[in-house]
Design a binder for this molecule. Structure first.
Ligand SMILES: [Zn+2]
Ligand SMILES: [Zn+2]
Ligand SMILES: [Zn+2]
Length: 342
């Protein structure tokens, strides 16, 4: 038993395996065949048995995603038009200035939400540079630390770059694939995504408030009640029937008008309020990941481990492209710890 185990150990040592690093192109000698190995020079990770991803029906899936985005945009337009139809006659009846103010606010919010939605849905989420396997130019020591190679796109992937099966491409700093925009959220459109969320949250809160405001104003009962009552008091036997008919018709017309408008407003309130809650949670989650210097996917992969970036408001400022000077005056975890120690 002992001899045979020693014998097999010796053979493994002697079985040297020569291969090439995709990053720096160096010939590497491994003690044995390893499907995945890390280059000692550039730090790139080579996977010799890459998993082949499903690429069938890719065009169909993209078409379905785009159709969903168009349907969602049409639905948003429908909600905006429905809101304007239901609320604005009431708002204008209060005062012209009030009507103009709310028209300008509603149109600005609608334009900003729709334009950021279209932008985030159709903008490229961030493509890594093209490079041929093993020919990365001028790679220094540790320059490609933890980089891998995507065999579908023939591109190097930084630790935060991921290949999206739905988009069929590698996405730089990929956060997640969002089915509602039919696109990935990555380095190319992350800012637009946050802008869309902010705009959508403000718009839905505004819509919910306007629905309640309008509903309160249309609650009073039949208009001209006093006029009808005086008509009734002065009517002779022949004109009573005519007045009763007029009152009945006016009541039915008013009831239909109020009920349709009321139903639309109640529906819009429930829809916008629930969407506002959902999007606020998503926005809060996104901002907290940016604050931690992470993306959603890097947050998932670092869960339970200690490899955390520094939590700082500077991460938020860097993300939105603010000048680094402002950063000094904002409290960071490190600054707070320093002041605590001293
Ligand atoms: Zn290498
Ligand atoms: Zn890829
Ligand atoms: Zn994607």
């Amino acid at each position: 038993m002992e001899e045979s185990s020693q014998g097999s150990f010796v053979t493994t040592i002697n079985e040297e395996y020569e291969t090439i690093c995709w990053g720096c192109g160096l010939n590497l000698v491994l003690p044995s065949y390893a499907p995945v190995f890390k280059c000692g020079w550039c730090g790139a990770i080579t996977n010799q048995n890459p998993v082949r991803l499903e690429t069938r029906n890719f065009g169909l899936r993209r078409f379905r995603d785009r159709c969903f985005v168009v349907i969602l945009a049409v639905f948003m337009l429908f909600v905006i038009c429905g809101g304007i139809w239901a609320a604005f006659p009431v708002v204008f009846s209060i005062s012209l200035a009030c009507g103009i103010f709310h028209s300008v606010t509603a149109v600005s919010l609608a334009i900003s939400t729709l334009s950021t939605f279209i932008l985030v849905a159709f903008k490229c989420a961030g493509k890594p540079i093209d490079i041929v396997f093993g020919t990365h130019p001028g790679v220094g020591s540790g320059a490609l630390n933890n980089y891998t190679f995507c065999h579908h796109c023939s591109k190097p992937k930084s630790p935060r770059t991921h290949h999206c099966r739905t988009c069929g491409m590698c996405v730089l700093d990929m956060d997640h694939h969002c089915p509602f925009i039919g696109n990935c959220v990555g380095a190319g459109n992350h800012k637009n995504f946050i802008a869309f969320l902010i705009s959508a949250v403000i718009s839905t809160i505004y819509a919910a408030v306007m629905c309640v405001y309008t509903l309160i104003h249309i609650l009073p009962p039949l208009e001209n009640q006093a006029v009808y009552a005086s008509d009734m008091a002065h009517a002779n036997s022949l004109s009573v029937l005519r007045v009763v008919k007029n009152i009945t018709l006016a009541y039915i017309a008013n009831a239909i008008f109020v009920s349709v408008r009321g139903l639309v407003l109640v529906y819009l309130f429930v829809a916008s309020f629930s969407v506002a809650i959902g999007l606020s949670v998503l926005l809060w989650q996104q901002l907290s990941y940016i604050y931690e210097g992470k993306t959603y996917l890097s947050h998932l992969s670092s869960q339970g481990s200690e490899e955390d970036g520094e939590k700082s408001c500077g991460n938020l400022l860097k993300f939105f492209g603010c000048p680094p000077l402002i950063e000094r005056y904002l409290p960071t975890i490190r600054n707070l710890r320093k002041s605590h120690k001293t």
